[in-house]
Design a protein around this ligand. Sequence first.
Ligand code: ARG
Length: 461
Amino acid sequence: NEGALWGGRFAGGPADALAALSKSTHFDWRLARYDIAGSRAHARVLHRAGLLDDGELAGMLKALDELDADVASGAYQPAESDEDVHGSLERGLIERAGPALGGKLRAGRSRNDQVATLGRMFLRDHARLIARGVLDTVDALVAQAESHPEAAMPGRTHLQHAQPVLLSHHLLAHAWALLRDVQRLQDWDKRAAVSPYGSGALAGSSLGLDPEAVAADLGFDSAVHNSIDGTASRDVFAEFAWVAAIIGVDLSRISEEVILWATKEFSFVTLDDAFSTGSSIMPQKKNPDVAELARGKAGRLIGDLAGLLATLKGLPLAYNRDLQEDKEPVFDAADTLELLLPAVSGMIATLSFNTERMASLAPQGFALATDIAEWLVRQGVPFREAHELSGAAVRQAEGRGVELWDLTDEEYAAISPALTPAVRTVLSTEGSLASRSAQGGTAPSAVARQLDSLKAQLGEA
Ligand code: ARG
């Protein structure tokens, strides 16, 4: 069998059941072009070590280029009998370069260091794509914030009305979380940019090959300092899966709000037709499926991480075949986010906000009670007492079924002489918002400064 990379010590071939279990070409074929890039770099270090002469290097690189073109065009496909991408590509190389030359490439490398390196190459490329998609989502949030600079909404804790906030402030809260996710991907790349190539099966190579040269050739910053670590560790994969999962969670939290906001009861947003779906039976339905799928896929991303961690937790050093299970979760995480992010950013970019309704609800539900308490503090009342007095005003208003601004001067005076008519200066959404002007607050002036800071960090991301 040409696609097999072992067999010399065996009297017969593998059982069909083992071959079927062992096979990974149906998912690791995605690494084919990275494998060929690794082979080119490996051929060059073999040449530098005197293990390939000039003509052999040229012949090897030519055959690898042909193979690469055939893989890219689909003319070369893994055969049924190929165990994995590495074996299949050795078969393809030998078909093009002949066994005498093609059979030389495997010297000094193992599938163990290859697969660890190729996985990092794949994930580094996809991390960049995902970061772009997350940045597009941040851009959509920023654009919505900028087109609603003064719009107020009910700020919530425990999903209950808490204090009025600016819609832009709320949207930017999601933007900051997603910006940190982009920064996480960039920080992760420092650890992913270390190449395991040259680690061999586990103990390194005896052939005088230079791992740093391979690393540089493949776009890595450096090569691993420990060949066992290089072949056995997958924490870099798991960290990728973790960042993917937190991106999923962050998108899910935005989505949950969009789902709530699009209900009849909230009526805060209208979804664009292009980003909502209908019902097969109920003609009136307009469903927030993008947001629901985002919420659902967050569960899947968490599952990818949890599955990978479970695979890793009991493994002794160095390589174990369990590690073949490392690829599908991280591939799935990358695919999931690459599918999801354009839909979520498009949904956010096209949301239309019912700003009048949001603003009219912003101060309701006694959301200005904190403003009364803090106004009293500014009049010299201790906060403990101010909290009690404002609470008494809430009780009074609730009993009468009115809002705080509906209480009369006499009612306020009866609660406490400290509650003079001047308290009315803070009994408005505008007054409440404007007063929270320190860094990080929801005052229009503070949110404008926040937007500048966010954009500055976006410029660096
Ligand atoms: N297909 C294998 C994987 O994905 C490649 C490494 C196989 N190494 C081995 N010693 N069987 O992990």
